[in-house]
Design a protein around this ligand. Structure first.
Ligand code: SF4
Ligand code: SF4
Length: 223
């Protein structure tokens, strides 16, 4: 899932300068699960943003309304289920960066502002604790790396083994993180597949990772 964090309140309040009627829009998808931008957080944020401490030099808090939609990342859901309250002059989206952009496209040219910063695609190793697992590289190599992604979980995204700085199984960069290549080696050893490390992997073509512009995918059978 996509993990996101709420921006500092002062930064959000500053982004609302000059607007008088703001819709705080929660999203029922990933950001609800990680408790960053769901319906409860949307109500909490609208309440917190009314506090005068966030507004100086005679500025006043906008009037807030709150709504939540099942997913902000789908054009048809936004069009079918979201009606803006009268005189809304800005939307504060609590979705990931995808949702913010979809809302901005649907309600163009209404200003749509992000309340969150999208951080990573991750899995919950324990309830409420997500770790980054995938960078959406477009050419998955987990077959060769025992189901452990060296692009997302090695600090240097190395493809041909460890950098040499691994200390006691931990990464030399983020020392609280296990070294991805130590994990890969240990798991491949348990699987009896260490031979997979013999083959040199040439530098990658990063275009499928998004370096040739935004990627698209059309579901089969959809015209
Ligand atoms: S190899 Fe690419 S697609 Fe596979 S998990 Fe890593 S980043 Fe994601
Ligand atoms: S110590 Fe391991 S995880 Fe850290 S950068 Fe080096 S190879 Fe990657």
């Amino acid at each position: 899932m996509i993990v996101a964090d709420q921006k500092p309140l002062a930064e959000i309040a500053a982004s609302l300068a000059g607007f008088s009627r703001v819709l705080v829009l929660g999203c029922g998808g990933c950001v609800t699960v990680c408790r960053a931008g769901g319906d409860a957080e949307a109500h909490d944020l609208a309440r917190d943003l009314t506090h005068p401490q966030h507004y100086t030099d005679g500025a006043q808090a906008p009037e807030f309304t709150v709504a939540t939609i099942e997913r902000q990342c789908e054009n048809d859901l936004l069009k079918a289920f979201l009606t803006l309250p009268p005189d809304t002059d800005a939307i504060l989206s609590m979705a990931c960066g995808v949702g913010v952009q979809m809302v901005a496209d649907v309600f163009d040219p209404l200003p749509v502002l992000p309340a969150l910063s999208t951080t990573f695609m991750g899995g919950a190793d324990e309830p409420g604790h997500w770790r980054e697992k995938c960078k959406g590289c477009g050419d998955c190599l987990l077959t060769l790396t025992a189901g452990i992604c060296p692009i997302a979980t090695c600090a240097k995204s190395l493809l041909n083994g460890p950098c040499g700085g691994s200390q006691g199984g931990f990464c030399e960069v983020g020392t609280e993180n296990p070294c991805a290549w130590t994990r890969i080696y240990v798991r491949l050893e348990k699987q009896g597949r260490l031979d997979l490390l013999d083959e040199f992997r040439a530098p990658r073509d990063w275009r499928p990772a998004g370096f040739a512009g935004p990627r698209q995918r059309q579901r089969k059978g959809v015209l």
